[in-house]
Every structure is written in C-alpha cells, then in structure tokens.
Design a protein around this ligand. Structure first.
Ligand SMILES: *Cc1c(COP(=O)(O)O)cnc(C)c1O
Length: 428
C-alpha cells in the first residue's frame, strides 16, 4: 500500500499547530497546578509533545492509523432536507459519528496512545464520565497491545453500564470510585492518584481539552484533524468558507477540533453550544459561559471558568447528555470566549429532544444527545441567516448509545414495555 494517506495532507497542516500558549496560559486561563511529585511526568509529556507537534513522520503514522483503523476522513454531508425545511442557510454536517467507537474521542485516544509508545510506556490510564472516553482508551490499548485501567465513579457506572461492559470485554480493568459524588471529578482524582505511583510505565490519557498544561493543547492538537478535513471538504463542495461552525461543548475537545482550522478566518463565526439542561432558572444545567455563571477558579490542575458557589465549592451540574455534564471548560475556549472569537449558546434538554426528532426524520441521522446540542444551537438562530450562508454542524458522535435516555425523553411506551419483558426474562 502507498504510504500516502487518502485525503490528508502531509506535512502537518498549519491548523494542527496554530494554538500557541504563553507558557501554558491562554489569556488568564490555563496553567499547571499539579502536585510536585507529578512535575517530571508533565515535563516528559511536554517535551515529547513539542517534538511530535513538528514531526511529520509522527503525524503521518497517526493519520494512517486513523484512515485504516478508524475510517477517516469522515464525510461532510449536505443536509438537503434540513436546508429545505428551514429555507435559510445551507446546512452541512461533519460526520464524527462515523469514527470507530462512534465519536471523535478516538482521535485523541489514538494520538495519545501513539505518544505514550514513543515515551516507552506500556500502560494507559484514563478517567471517564459517561464511559465514551473509557471505551476509546480501552479500544486503542487493545489495538496497540498496551494494558489499560479506567477509573469511573460508581454512580456513573450504574448510569452507563453498557460502556462498562464493553471496556471490560476489550480487556481493560475498570475501577469504580466509591467516594465523593462518585462521578467524573472523583474519577479524575483517582486517576491522578494512580499516576503518582505509576508514571514511569504509565501514560494518563486525559479525555478532553482541559486539565493542566500541556493537556489542553495536546488534546486540541489531536482533534484538529476534524477541522482540517472539514475546511478542505467545504472548499471542495462549495468553493468558499462557511459562515458559521457549530459544535457542542463539554470539556471542549470536539469544538476545538472543529474550530482551529477556521480560527484565523475572522469571517467564520464559531459557536460553542453548552448544556442548558432544565434551563437557567432551574439551576440544573452545565452552562459555564452562555449563562454567564462560570467564575474563574483553580481546580483539577488548571485555571478556568468553573460552575462553583461563592466558597469555591463545585456546583452539581446536569444535562440530558452525560458527555456535556462537566463543571469546568477548556481554558482555550474560556479565553476565546473572553476575546469574543467564539460565541456561546446553551440548548435546553427540551430543545435538544425536538432537534433530535427533526434530524432523525429529515436526514436519517441519529446524533448523540451531546452532538444534538450543536444542531439545536444552529436551528435556534437559523432565521438570522440567508440562503447564501453556509453552516457546518459538527456531529461529534452517534446517538444509538443514547437509546435509554432518548426513549425516556420521548416517553416511548412501547420501549418501556420491551424493557419490562426483558427484565422478566432475566428474573426467570
Ligand atoms: C464526550 C463527548 C462530547 C463532549 O466532549 P468534548 O470534549 O466537549 O468534545 C461531545 N460529544 C460526544 C459524542 C462525546 O462522546
């Protein structure tokens, strides 16, 4: 086989390298607030990341594996029926759902696993909330012959048992975290605790573009492939750049992945859509920026806008989409928001369920509930656009994993009856 990777440039496209920090800071956000004992581990990663960032052979190996294992480049689909429905901007959908394991998560897990190999590591550890990042990490560990330990809050394991099942079947060890709220933030603490005593052999595969420097830059680098492809594809399809690019924002990795290639083009509006949950008034949401409720703080190794109370206690967050349910946000996005380069919106659960039904019925696409926030954000302001505009929605993942939540959200009686029958079978 030729060593050329289909549709992907070699050397490293400029967009993969554009985000430069000032000593790990993006404006007033970012930085590195880590225990002394982990300083050598972070220094080692920073050194190797700086090397691979400019290493064409590494980028090539990464792109080739993505092409031949994960199915990249993913298509950019023209949503003709959605476009006709609204009668405004032409709507295109970037199909990250078609990656192996069903979302953009694999881009990052694979890149970091290759980096870990370069550093001579044999074991991967990761935190996971909804379990998607855990599944991606377990998958690449199997593929690259490494061992994996995944930390997950007990509460999250209960909520997302299907992903626990797959991680174990893929050969990973899954450790339930039994303290605190038994969710993502406790899993992060436990992963760091493991790393303190294991970093000689072990790499911590952080799942989103947050955490201490250099993780935000590292994860954004590996996700930049999304925007690099998208830009090439939209130019090929329409001969011009889009007016707007929409992406949902949990920690911020798929959004940064989609945005970076357009960052230098001021005429392209970049819009991040957060989880509006049950609405701002309810207090039950995970919108740090759009609702203006996130305030600067230092936690989990970095400085960003967190949803916290006046004593700096992290608030409980909520979203119908487990992957958006996070108290912090990428320091890179917090800075881009502050500088007005990225605009933030929130989509409430109700709007998301509406948008999902529209996308399914008109396009035959089933976006993940996370990704559906990006669609909902785009639909909400479609009236501002005209037929000469182009909109791109980054569909970060596929929604079949959400069948339990969606069926519940749609109050599907036939599904409930099916679950009861199944339950009856197991009791026998
Ligand atoms: C994890 C996940 C997200 C949220 O994470 P980001 O780092 O903000 O991208 C969004 N969409 C899907 C499908 C996910 O699995």
């Amino acid at each position: 086989m030729s060593t050329e990777t289909k549709g992907i440039h070699n050397p490293i496209p400029e967009a993969a390298r554009t985000l430069q920090s000032d000593n790990g800071y993006y404006g007033r956000f970012g930085g590195s607030f880590i225990p002394e004992i982990l300083v050598p581990a972070f220094e080692e990663i920073t050194k190797h990341f700086e090397a691979v960032r400019y290493d064409e052979a590494f980028w090539h190996e990464y792109c080739a594996l993505l092409a031949n294992y994960s199915g990249r480049p993913t298509p950019l689909t023209f949503a003709d029926r959605l476009t006709a429905h609204f009668g405004r901007a032409r709507i295109y959908v970037k199909r990250e759902d078609l990656n192996h394991t069903g979302a953009h998560k694999l881009n990052n897990a694979l890149g970091q696993a290759l980096l870990a190999k370069r550093m001579g590591k044999t074991r991967l550890i990761a935190e996971t909330g909804a379990g998607q990042h855990g599944v991606a990490t377990a998958t690449v560990a199997a593929k690259l012959g490494m061992s994996a330990t995944i930390y997950m809050g007990r509460e999250d394991m209960e909520r997302q048992y299907a992903n626990v099942f797959w991680m174990k079947r893929l050969g990973a060890e899954v450790i339930g975290v039994e303290y605190g709220s038994q969710t993502l933030k406790d899993a992060i603490n436990e992963t760091l605790r493991d790393w303190v005593s294991s970093f000689e052999t072990t790499h911590y595969v952080l799942g989103t573009a947050s955490g201490a420097h250099p993780f935000p830059a590292l994860v954004a680098f590996f996700q930049s492939i999304i925007g690099i492809e998208t830009k090439e594809q939209i130019l090929q399809a329409s001969g011009r750049l889009p007016s707007r690019v929409y992406a949902c924002v949990g920690g911020g990795s798929n959004a940064l992945g989609a945005f970076q290639a357009f960052h230098a083009h001021d005429e392209v509006q970049l819009i991040g859509v957060e989880a509006g949950g049950r609405g701002q008034a309810s207090g039950s949401h995970a919108s740090r920026i759009a609702y203006g409720e996130g305030t600067p703080g230092v936690a989990q190794g970095y400085k960003t806008l967190f949803l916290q109370n006046q004593d700096g206690q992290m608030r409980d967050t909520y979203s119908i989409a487990a992957g958006l349910d996070y108290v912090g946000v990428s320091p890179i996005l917090a800075d881009l928001a502050e500088r007005g380069r990225v605009r933030f919106e929130a989509a409430a659960d109700e709007e998301v369920v509406q948008a999902l039904q529209l996308v399914m019925k008109l396009e035959g696409l089933i976006p993940a509930l996370e990704s559906t926030h990006a669609f909902a954000g785009a639909f909400k302001h479609i009236e501002e656009t005209t037929a000469s505009d182009l909109i791109i929605v980054n569909m970060s993942g596929r929604g079949d994993k959400d069948i339990f939540n969606v069926a519940e959200g749609l109050r599907d009686e036939e599904w409930n009856a099916f679950i009861e029958r199944k339950h009856g079978q197991y009791k026998k």
